[in-house]
Write a protein that binds this ligand. Structure first.
Ligand SMILES: Nc1ncnc2c1ncn2[C@@H]1O[C@H](COP(=O)(O)OP(=O)(O)O)[C@@H](O)[C@H]1O
Ligand SMILES: [Mg+2]
Length: 257
C-alpha cells in the first residue's frame, strides 16, 4: 500500500470507521466477503487498523493493470459512472422516495447500455436479493455503477460494476428503515412478500418463474456462504446471525405458493 503521488491512479479506496455506527468497518467487511463467497462479483476488501482507528481497504474495480514486459504493470483508470449519473439524476435525489431511481429504471438502464445485458440484468437481480437478505437498506442509485473498459477495435465495453458499499444497515436501529428503492410495492424490507418479488420480475422484465428460482438459489448460496466466511469480530457475529435469520425468512416466503 502506498499513497498515490503526482496524479498516479490509486489502487484502493480507504473507508475509515464511523464512530457513531458501531463496528461498521467489520459489518461492511463481513457483508462484502459474504457476497464474494456467495459467488457475486464484489470489490475485494480487508479491514485494517492504524493508530487505534479501524478502516476498510477496498480494492478499486475501476482500474486496469496493464502488463508491461519485464516490469511492474501500469495502473490505468477506467471510467465509471453511478446509476444516478447515468440516468441524469442529481445525487441529492439518490433515494427513490426523493425522486431517485427505481429498480425498474435500473434494470431498463442496464438493458439499454450494458454490452452484455443478459448477464448484467441477472447480476443486478442477484445484487438486489443480496442487499435484501443482508438487510442493506442503503442500496441507492449511487451504490450501483457502470464501468467502461476499452475493448478491441476502439469499442468500449460497458458493464455493471462489482458490488460495493454493502453494509447490513438494519443492524443500526437509528438508520432509515425504508429501502432506498422499493421491491415491488414495498419499501420496508421486513414486509416484502412473494408478490412484491413477482412485481420485481415485471420491473426487471424477467419471467416470474425464472425470478422465483433465482431468488431461492441466490438466498441458498448466501446461507451456504455463511458457513464459509468467518465472523472475526463481535459485530460481524451479530450481523451473521441477523443475516441467517433473514435468509431463512426469505426462503420461507419464496417457497410459499
Ligand atoms: N471498489 C471500488 N472501486 C472503485 N470505485 C469505488 C469502489 N468503492 C467505491 N467506489 C466509488 O466511491 C464512491 C463512494 O464509495 P462508497 O463505498 O459508496 O462509500 P460511502 O459509504 O461513502 O457511500 C462510490 O459511489 C463509488 O463511485
Ligand atoms: Mg456509497
Amino acid at each position: 500500500m502506498s499513497l498515490p503521488l503526482g496524479g498516479a491512479p490509486s489502487t484502493h479506496v480507504l473507508k475509515p470507521n464511523v464512530e457513531r455506527f458501531e463496528g461498521v468497518v467489520f459489518n461492511e467487511a463481513f457483508c462484502m466477503r459474504l457476497a464474494a463467497a456467495a459467488g457475486l462479483p464484489a470489490a475485494a476488501v480487508e479491514s485494517r487498523e492504524v493508530g487505534g482507528i479501524s478502516y476498510l481497504l477496498v480494492e478499486r474495480y475501476d482500474r486496469h493493470h496493464r502488463p508491461v514486459p519485464d516490469g511492474a504493470p501500469v495502473v490505468e483508470r477506467l471510467h465509471q459512472e453511478d446509476f444516478c449519473q447515468a440516468l441524469g439524476i442529481v445525487s441529492e435525489q439518490k433515494y427513490q422516495k426523493e425522486g431517485g431511481p427505481s429498480l425498474r429504471q435500473c434494470f431498463a438502464l442496464l438493458r439499454d447500455v450494458s454490452s452484455v445485458p443478459a448477464i448484467d440484468v441477472a447480476r443486478l437481480l442477484d445484487d438486489v436479493v443480496f442487499n435484501y437478505v443482508v438487510g442493506n437498506n442503503d442500496a441507492h442509485g449511487k451504490n450501483f455503477s457502470l464501468v467502461y473498459r476499452p475493448g478491441g477495435a476502439g469499442e468500449i465495453e460497458v458493464r455493471l460494476s462489482p458490488l460495493y458499499d454493502v453494509v447490513s444497515t438494519i443492524y443500526y436501529s437509528e438508520l432509515r428503515r425504508d429501502m432506498a428503492m422499493r421491491i415491488g410495492e414495498q419499501y420496508s424490507s421486513e414486509k416484502v412478500t412473494r408478490r412484491d418479488f413477482e412485481k420485481l420480475a415485471d420491473d426487471a422484465k424477467l419471467g416470474k418463474a425464472l425470478v422465483r428460482a433465482r431468488l431461492t438459489e441466490a438466498t441458498e448460496r448466501v446461507v451456504a456462504a455463511l458457513a464459509n466466511v468467518p465472523a472475526t469480530s463481535p459485530v460481524a457475529e451479530k450481523v451473521a446471525d441477523l443475516i441467517r435469520h433473514r435468509a431463512e425468512m426469505a426462503l420461507e416466503e419464496f417457497r410459499r405458493r
